[in-house]
Ligand binder design. Sequence first.
Ligand code: SF4
Ligand code: SF4
Length: 317
Amino acid sequence: MANLYLTHKCNRGCPFCFARKVLKESGGNVDELLTVGDIKALFAHFPGQFREIGLLGGEPFLYPYLGEVLELLWQQNIMPKVFTSATNPLPETLRDVDITRHPLSFVVNVGTKDSYTGEQYENLIGFFAKFHAVSSLSYTILDLDADPSFLFEVIDRFQLLRSVRVGVALPIYKGGNQYVDKQDYKKLGKFMVRFARAAHEKSVILGMDCGFTACMFTPTEVGALQRSGVRFSFVCGAAIDIGPGLKAWNCFPLFQLHKENVLESKNVNELIRKFDANMEAYFNHRAGIFPECDDCKYYKRQACAGGCKSFKSFGYA
Ligand code: SF4
Ligand code: SF4
């Protein structure tokens, strides 16, 4: 799945935000956006190559052409997956959408109730009232002493899909956001196991995003994740985000490292190969974030990618 980075605009300002450097490179021009013309050119260049596309930012609800983009995706038989905080008023274009006729889904990044203004929380409630049947939650771990069980209350109260996409706050290349330091990864592993067990009790499935490492868990803890039905892998690979001017990057943390003009690749696989080759060359075949990665059995078996490469910009390994 590729993602379209629609707009820099956002009203949340999460401390772990991975996207800050994208706005910074635009010279702070919050009005810069991916145009509908860009997206049409993308589909004309890569016909029939996408089954699902993520719409993100910034905040997609603040993108003025969301309706046009959704129509374009439906015309191309592409499933839109919208990544949102759902704390802005519902865009006009979504008010009349019939989800039985137009396939789409939402991944909603939520915080505790006290992280919202009264108006933001009202907007969130209004959003869930309409779209709960096609909405799941997303949670980014930053505070290892936090209690994520509020997510289960939100799922029950609004009757959302019973899955949570779990990410760990990763560093932006060369810094600029808050993240979980890799020295705390054993503690992160224990946090995940507690979270997984609690989710299992509530019949909620957790799916782990990229950047987790195998060695943050003991073998017993990996067993606990398995028994809790967690979808886990210890991967790092091209997510492919496509932004203004049809420039693409591997993933937000590595935004500064390398960008490709998507129209210079013949197909999506070629684009992914270019990013993989660039990463291989840049990291000089030493992709792991710990000195131990080079001799690690999990790394050699490709069971662990060695963590998020963005850590390497700090010269630790
Ligand atoms: S490859 Fe590196 S990060 Fe992954 S398990 Fe081995 S030592 Fe840990
Ligand atoms: S460098 Fe790898 S692990 Fe880090 S965000 Fe990018 S794809 Fe994910």
